[in-house]
Ligand binder design. Structure first.
Ligand code: COA
Length: 260
């Protein structure tokens, strides 16, 4: 990857992605989106990775999409590229086989919150602030925010957050179920790593299947048919019948299925 603005490191079975544009409070630009997408692909293919941490340098997790970049786009560029890029890339994180934990400090605003919502779990530093300020700019949270936030905390609180643009403190976010835990700031990194290690020590196939099953219950995150296909596909490929079917194809003969 040719950018330093997003970094991926490995510590045993734990992968950590770090947003590294601290001077701009990690506002997401195209270069960062491209890196995030490439890393999602790398993580998806890496079966040695059991948990992904999504964190950031500096005094914010991420203050959202880079206003200076998207505000120069034409409406069609916005719809055809910018919005679709965000949907595609954030959904790649939501659908990673491994659990993803977002580690939130300082500000988590707009597109930053949408990225955090694509994670499975969110830990936040006490005092951290979360918000969707888009309507203050006359735009909307268009990278999945209206859907994933509503799914997570319900329409009433989602509307309050999005209509008002008000900031929600980590402690309130915890009470709403928007973050899993609000943790003293100096313990955040340690708690995130500890939780990642706990999950990584568990059976990876079991953990990954439960992620798929839980997501299948959620219209915003899940795709029931895809989950069923992947689990049924795994089981079917493991049967004696599948072995026989492939052997018969290779040997140019009719298969003799046993139903096992
Ligand atoms: N896009 C691009 N750049 C951003 C940004 C964004 N969303 N948010 C902050 N920045 C940049 C600032 O322009 C500034 O850059 P500069 O030093 O080159 O001028 C730098 O990040 C630091 O921001 P600054 O506003 O000086 O910090 P602050 O502590 O005074 O305020 C915020 C922090 C988060 C309250 C304020 O930056 C803010 O409101 N940002 C916009 C958040 C937003 O609307 N997000 C949704 C976007 S759709």
């Amino acid at each position: 990857m040719t950018t330093d603005l997003v970094q991926l490191t490995y510590q045993g079975p734990i992968a950590t992605i770090v947003l590294n544009r601290a001077d701009k409070l990690n506002a997401l630009n195209s270069e960062m989106l491209t890196a995030l997408e490439a890393y999602a692909h790398e993580l998806d293919c890496n079966q040695d990775v059991r948990v992904v941490l999504l964190a950031a340098t500096g005094r914010a997790f991420c203050v959202g999409a880079d206003i200076f970049e998207w505000s120069d786009l034409t409406p069609l560029e916005m719809g055809r590229r910018w919005i679709r890029d965000g949907h595609r890339i954030f959904t790649r994180y939501a659908r990673l086989p491994q659990p993803v934990i977002a580690v939130l400090n300082g500000y988590t605003f707009g597109g930053g919150l949408e990225l955090a919502l694509a994670a499975d779990l969110r830990l936040a530093a006490a005092g951290a602030q979360l918000s969707f300020p888009e309507v203050k700019l006359g735009v909307i949270p268009g990278w999945g925010g209206t859907q994933r936030l509503t799914q997570l905390i319900g329409p009433s609180r989602a509307k309050q957050m999005i209509f008002s643009g008000e900031r929600v403190a980590a402690e309130q976010a915890e009470a709403w179920g928007l973050v899993n835990e609000a943790v003293p700031a100096d313990q955040l990194a340690g708690r995130a790593l500890g939780l990642a290690k706990t999950i990584a020590a568990n059976g990876p196939v079991a953990v990954q299947m439960t992620k798929q099953l839980i997501d299948s219950a959620s219209p915003a995150a899940g795709d029931n048919a895809a989950v069923l296909e992947s689990i049924a596909g795994s089981l079917a490929s493991y049967t004696a019948d599948a072995q026989e079917g492939v052997s018969a194809f290779r040997q140019r003969r009719q298969p003799q299925f046993s139903g096992r």
